[in-house]
Design a protein. Structure first.
Length: 452
């Protein structure tokens, strides 16, 4: 009894934050009334049922999220899958809030800033709305938060168990979304910088451990790809990449560089004859509609994928420059906090729920503080250039670690997707809020000192 009371007293603030997060989610559910299904949702459910009934991989969807859906279906019945999946995602979202607090505290050693980061994450409409969508974003968000936490803890203490946990989390992240395929090398670079430049470790010793960790990640992905090939005749994580790659070629208007004449003729014809709903921003064809309507779906979209890769290999400079410009525009000119899926669900549901609307307005005001990310980036660069002494240098270093993971999301989104960028940025929202919370706390401390 005393232990329970001690635990409650010690964690009372975090428990209150979690309770507020649950309340916000409840009011949101009152507004939409049912889980949100998108055009992608059935493919995840198909993947879950295929794993359960046939132990068979889905060529479109990596297995981690379908496994979560499968667990929900088995425990609570397949007929209640949508609702049980939402409950599972809410539970994972609460776990994510706890680790946002732990991540912020380990990185910056400011308890109140950590509480603020957890509070913002718990009550952010742009985070909790995904708990009600049958898509993998809630899983991906938790994977990123946990990975960042294990990375920061390993950097601070050098415990091998944290590195092993980080490796497992990286594998899980990639098998949730192939979007994270290049995150392990980024983590390795960050660790190498810390070990070599700050801790002054032996180069060979640091490289040996990191090489082994990277090898475990990619050998695991290679084995998964082999199983996928045996079952679906496709070597890789998902066939979606072929169409996304084709979408980049259409987006950058590079299709004239390809050698497949029939495909080029279909692209020209489709662009001239399709309705505006199938032309992205009035600029290029929506690739998924095109491949379906014009018969380019055979053999796992291999022809459009080969066409796109041929072009990108021919013109890597144009592709790289276009993508870097896009990443810059996304970071500088656009707020990442947009979500048309949740907005549309509110419009269809009882969006007049006054309590939720009021709560949403309060929390969305925080999203306007996104500009603080530029200050964070600048401070991180100053630490690198001038190597500031502790505590500024240490805080700036961990700030830079989180910033690099956030920038990773922007760069990968720009290089490998032709749209829907805010959804791709969703997993790093808690990291953005963590950095915002740190600056808000620091400004409050400085203001308090001036007043007193």
């Amino acid at each position: 009894m005393n232990d329970a009371l001690s635990f409650l007293k010690k964690n009372m603030v975090l428990i209150i934050i979690l309770s507020l997060g649950l309340a916000f989610r409840y009011f949101f559910y009152l507004s939409i009334r049912e889980p949100i299904m998108t055009s992608d949702s059935p493919t995840y459910i198909d993947g879950a049922m295929s794993l359960y009934y046939h132990l068979w991989l889905n060529e479109y969807r990596p297995p981690v999220y379908p496994l979560g859906l499968m667990a929900a279906g088995v425990l609570f019945g397949w007929g209640n899958l949508k609702y049980s999946a939402v409950i599972l995602q809410i539970v994972l979202s609460l776990v994510n809030i706890v680790f946002v607090y732990k991540l912020s505290y380990e990185a910056f050693r400011q308890k109140y800033a950590a509480y603020l980061a957890a509070f913002i994450t718990a009550t952010s409409f742009r985070v909790f709305s995904w708990d009600f969508v049958i898509m993998s974003e809630s899983f991906a968000t938790l994977a990123v938060t946990l990975s960042a936490y294990q990375l920061v803890v390993f950097l601070r203490y050098g415990n091998g168990r944290n590195l092993k946990a980080l490796v497992m989390l990286m594998i899980a992240a990639i098998l949730t979304k192939p979007f994270f395929l290049m995150l392990p090398p980024l983590a390795a670079v960050i660790i190498a910088i810390k070990r070599l430049l700050i801790d002054k470790c032996n180069l060979r010793l640091a490289a040996k451990g990191l090489s082994a960790a990277i090898a475990v990640v990619y050998i695991s992905i290679f084995i998964y790809s082999i199983i996928n090939y045996v079952q679906n005749s496709y070597f890789g994580i998902t066939t979606v990449g072929n169409v996304n790659c084709f979408g980049k070629v259409l987006q950058y208007k590079m299709e004239n560089l390809g050698s497949n004449q029939k495909l080029k003729e279909d692209i020209i014809f489709a662009f001239q004859n399709e309705g505006p709903e199938h032309i992205v921003n009035g600029e290029f064809l929506e690739p998924w509609h095109f491949v379906g309507k014009y018969g380019w779906v055979n053999n796992h979209y291999r022809e459009v994928g080969s066409f796109a890769k041929e072009i990108l290999f021919k013109s890597p400079v144009k592709y790289t420059l276009e993508s870097l410009q896009l990443a810059f525009r996304l970071f500088v000119l656009n707020s990442p906090f947009k979500d048309y899926i949740a907005d549309n669900a509110l419009q269809k549901g009882d969006s007049a729920n006054g309590c939720f609307i009021s709560l949403r307005r309060i929390t969305e005001a925080i999203d306007n503080l996104y500009i603080l990310l530029f200050v964070c980036l600048l401070e991180s660069l100053l630490v690198v250039i001038f190597r500031l002494k502790k505590p500024e240098g240490e805080r700036g270093f961990y700030m830079g670690v989180l910033m690099l993971i956030v920038l990773y999301h922007y760069i990968i989104s720009a290089f490998f997707s032709y749209g829907d960028y805010c959804r791709l940025l969703t997993p790093c929202y808690p990291l953005i809020y963590t950095l915002i919370a740190l600056y808000v706390f620091r400004m409050w401390v400085k203001a308090r000192k001036l007043i007193l």
